[in-house]
Write a protein that binds this ligand. Structure first.
Ligand code: DHB
Ligand code: FE
Length: 294
């Protein structure tokens, strides 16, 4: 059957994509950001999955006030890069996995997560910037990508608790797929940032680092944090962090009896208006960790 081999968490700041597209990664402002992903690119080459289940949010590129789905599962064969105002980024579109996505749709919807299934859409910086950070400049992405969009732009948005439960159901869905695939789950967006209003530019290092600590060690407790805490402490766009709880909920230590191992942790301020946070967790389901009885 399919297994979840790890989780990657990263911010998706659009200026990071622009820095790559315009060859500015060696400039003093950007170098520290990309240095923080050097290990990640090597790890990703050595641990290339068959499929990435990529949890992200669209920013009014495909879903705007005309259509506001809370959870979107991309069941299509391919998705092109969105034009966000300057033409589409010069990066490849993604190839989906319609068969695995259909299986996940059945499993999650039967588990009472009322998803919206989308076969045609474009994908914006929320999805392409994490891929660029982890894979660098490539002709095509080296594995399939199932896009999973979460509405964190137009209130009401789903709670951290709901996202965490969805992640738990996602693990059951992947592990009940009868093909031997390696799947990574990515949680993207965040960390603290506010792009608008009197508090524009807000960054909260202390809160962000406590979030990273608790994401690793106390995800169930972290999932109970109310919306208002994110917005007050991490700014209006800090709410993007609820998406990280989907990926964390899919790790097997949450209720599958396995363990997780922290392979990499990085935090840097600033990139554009945002605090960049990044984590790589390897997943060790019980069957793969001989010597651990529980
Ligand atoms: C920025 C960050 C975001 O998450 C986003 O979606 C757009 C802009 C920024 O820091 O500029
Ligand atoms: Fe964003």
């Amino acid at each position: 059957h399919a297994v979840i081999t790890g989780a990657v968490f990263t911010s998706h700041v659009p200026a990071i994509g622009a820095a790559m597209d315009h060859h500015k990664t060696e400039e003093p402002y950007w170098k520290p950001v990309f240095d923080g992903y050097a290990y990640s690119r090597q790890w990703q080459r050595e641990n290339l999955p068959d499929v990435i289940f990529l949890v992200y949010n669209d920013h009014a590129s495909t879903f705007d006030l005309s259509l506001i789905p809370t959870f979107v599962l991309g069941t299509g064969a391919a998705y092109a890069t969105a034009d966000e105002g300057y033409g589409p980024r010069p990066v490849p579109g993604i190839e989906g996995d319609p068969d695995l996505a259909a299986h996940i749709a059945h499993s999650l919807i039967r588990d009472d997560f009322d998803l919206t299934l989308v076969n045609e859409m474009t994908v914006d910086h929320g999805l392409t910037v994490p891929l660029s950070l982890m894979f660098g400049d490539v002709e095509r992405w080296p594995c399939k990508v199932i896009p999973f969009h979460v509405n964190v732009v137009q209130y009401p948005v789903p709670s951290g608790a709901r996202c965490f439960e969805l992640g738990r159901a996602l693990r059951r869905a992947v592990e009940s797929y009868d093909r031997p695939l390696n799947v990574q789950v990515w949680g993207t967006g965040g960390m603290s940032h506010q792009l608008q209003g009197p508090r524009a530019g807000l960054i909260n290092r202390e809160w962000d680092n406590a979030f990273l600590d608790r994401l690793i060690d106390d995800p169930a407790g972290l999932a109970r944090l109310p919306h208002l805490d994110y917005v007050e402490q991490a700014g209006s766009e800090g709410i993007e962090l609820v998406m990280w709880l989907i990926a964390r909920g899919a790790m097997s230590d949450v209720d599958g009896g396995g363990t997780v191992e922290t392979k990499h942790r990085f935090y840097h301020v600033p990139a554009s208006n945002t605090a960049v946070g990044h984590l790589i967790l390897e997943n060790h389901p019980r069957a793969e960790t001989p010597g651990t009885e529980e």
